[in-house]
Design a protein. Sequence first.
Length: 423
Amino acid sequence: MKKVLFIAYLYPPIFNSGTRRSLEFVNHLPDHGWSPTVLTIADPEERFCDDTLLAEVREGTRIERAPLSSEVIARAIASKTSGMVSEQRMFDAVNWRLQRFWNVPDNIASWGPSVVAKGRQLLANESYDAIYATGGPWTSFLVAEKLSRVTGVPFIIDYRDLWQASDVEWDKRTWLQRRLNPMLERKVLRRAAGVIATTKTFLTLLPQDVLPEKRFAITNGFDENDFHSATPLRAPGDDSIRIVYTGVWRPGYSPEDLYKAVKLLKDHGLKNLARLKVVMAGFPPGRAAEYGIADFVEEKGRVTHADAITLMAGASAVYLPVSQGLYEFASMPGKLFEYLGCGRPVLASAQANSEVASTLTQVGGAHRVDPGDVDALAKALARLCDGAEAELFSTRCAEELAMYTRRNLTGKLALALNAIAKT
């Protein structure tokens, strides 16, 4: 079996949408002839973690962890000054300052030195056929390039997002990051043996003059086993129309259109609106009260992945917004595929000429409205409340859906690794 050093900052127990791609790839790679050694962060902050994710890691998976160098330095300084000031207080102060200024290409840049050292140790002691790195964070790309340069093991990089600065509101970069990151990205691409992106559009947006010849579009996906044991939380005789959203609320990406649509129907006094129940998970409660729709919306806050799956399984329809700006057209969020995998109809606010719309048309079982078209979304909700679900959503195609299982997608990753592997 071939061996790959799998560099992923986002990996259990970190609770993040990017974690699932790495988790599922690692879980399925052995079934496709590749043995992964995961190289990830040590001791991530508890507020970013969900320890239940560790139970989803495939038994026998080898995981190596490296700390942030800022924490190593801060801990050393704090231990030497413990007699003069609180050790924890000194650690926090030094670590905060180091991370604030050590931020190119991103805010986990100080992970680089320690993970490079760990990677060099692994590559010196064992034979590996390839190095894989997923980003962001983009520090993992720089680590892969450095390890490949000093060891000769070829590497492939996987773009879940775009490294280049974009116009989305949540993409906040410092002046120095905007100045240096394009040069760093080109440096990495020149040396990479191959590149993966989650959409074909992403591949066209990368610097074409330095892009490796071996390019692969491997989307996100879903694990069908996640839904086999999910028990919908529905009481006998419950005929409510349950719209479920599981995700974040941040500038440029949120279910705000859905909230506005519910508010519009409430203000117009829709006759059957009492049937509507909107269930939200993934962000702090309180937004529904701000919009005056708390009587129709249940906000659960952050939930485990297992609980999110259960909510999806019990939905009449799941709601999918898409990030504003460039990502409206170019991206396909991982949430799209979990929604498709749960088997429930998808109500999406997405541009007609976007990657998301193309996939929804291909797989079916969906109804799309333009982002910002609150009237159209409200009409769709009204039709659901009137019992017109069968007329609203397109027909689901099981054969097309099967393309997006994690097992099949990991097979594509294995082919990409085979294409760049050391011979």
